[in-house]
Write a protein that binds this ligand. Structure first.
Ligand code: FDA
Length: 304
């Protein structure tokens, strides 16, 4: 119930203004978003890489409504990749980027988003790294997987996210479990109707484990994106050779566990969002756990 309310609020302009102007917001947000600038993104990446955690960077922004905004997002990614490359952080995909197609024009025109994503993939490839397409609400799933297919013709290392709360995802995983495919499996963070998505956490988790089994048993490179100890244990139990898959978590969430997995010899990548447009991202994090609102406030005082 709380999750539905917060996710509904994530679309509200009025609520956005309230949250952005609340005195506590900036501090809370900064635990989960290291900052607004490329410098902030590079600094956070260096710190994580120094601890043997890999990085995927997301330039925050979604719901791009015109071509100029879409181009600004592309330019931001090009500047980011250039800075990461110059700092020697992109080799072997140590730091890669995550892209929301809505930020590069998907809601205006799929072809525009494809062209823009292609430009980012070209830059990533030239710096020796990769792009992973984030997944947004279910109305974009077919379009995003279609764009992935197109991008992979020229940039075969391009990856994408799938969401276990969608009823379709186990079948998508079967389609995507081929050699060279990079698939980031998460539970899903949007408000979705029962017609397309499991509503009960137990069903979402059971679907996650089924999808894990498909991906870990397949020929691709699974990216196990979760903070859930039960899912992490399930992934480890599948006994795949280390280095042929990776764990992923969000910046600021369970950092001690992130480091523990990296120290154990698991490949661990942290999703680092940066930029001004943090509202939608922040609200989805708030909605994730019933305890999250309190958790976020308590998190000001301590790091777990
Ligand atoms: P869930 O939220 O069910 O939590 C399960 C358990 O994990 C909790 O009971 C607790 O034990 C532990 N836990 C979770 N959060 C914690 C916290 N803050 N502190 C301590 N313990 C905590 N979504 C999407 O729709 N599209 C996308 O493209 C992406 N991309 C993405 C990339 C990466 C790298 C990650 C990690 C996640 C995403 N997501 C996403 C978000 C994802 O869909 C999901 O909303 C969150 O990861 C939360 O789900 P969990 O799997 O962590 O479990």
């Amino acid at each position: 119930m709380l999750r539905q309310v917060i996710l509904a609020a994530s679309r509200s302009k009025r609520m956005r203004s309230v949250v952005e102007h609340a005195p506590v917001s900036k501090q809370v947000v900064h635990r989960f978003v290291p900052g607004a600038t490329v410098d902030d993104a590079v600094r956070a990446s260096k710190a994580l890489l120094a601890g043997n955690r890999l990085v995927t960077l997301d330039h925050l922004g979604e719901d791009t409504t015109d071509k100029t905004m879409a181009q600004a997002t592309v330019d931001a990614y090009l500047a980011l990749l250039s800075r990461l490359g110059d700092a020697g952080l992109t080799s072997d995909g140590k730091a890669e980027v995550s892209v929301k197609l809505s930020a590069v024009g998907q809601t205006i025109d799929e072809a525009l988003a494809l062209d823009n994503a292609r430009t980012i993939c070209e830059a990533a490839t030239s710096h020796g790294t990769t792009v992973t397409l984030d997944m947004e609400d279910h109305t974009t799933t077919d379009g995003t997987l279609g764009t992935l297919r197109e991008l992979r013709r020229d940039f075969p290392a391009t990856g994408a996210v799938v969401q276990s709360y969608l009823r379709r995802t186990e079948a998508d995983c079967k389609d995507l479990a081929y050699e060279g495919s990079r698939v980031r499996l998460c539970k899903g963070a949007y408000k979705e109707p029962a017609s397309v998505a499991f509503q009960d956490k137990r069903d979402v988790d059971a679907s996650y484990v089924r999808c894990l089994e498909v991906l870990m048993g397949g020929a691709g490179y699974p990216m196990v994106a979760t903070h859930d100890p039960a899912m992490i244990t399930a992934a480890k139990r599948l006994g795949r050779t280390r280095g042929t898959y990776e764990f992923q978590m969000l910046y600021g969430i369970r950092p001690t566990e992130q480091q523990k997995l990296a120290d154990e010899g698991e490949t661990m990548r942290v999703y680092v969002p940066y930029g001004d447009e943090y509202y939608g991202y922040f609200m989805r994090r708030l909605a994730e756990r019933p305890a999250n609102v309190t958790f976020f406030l308590r998190s000001l005082a301590s790091r777990k």
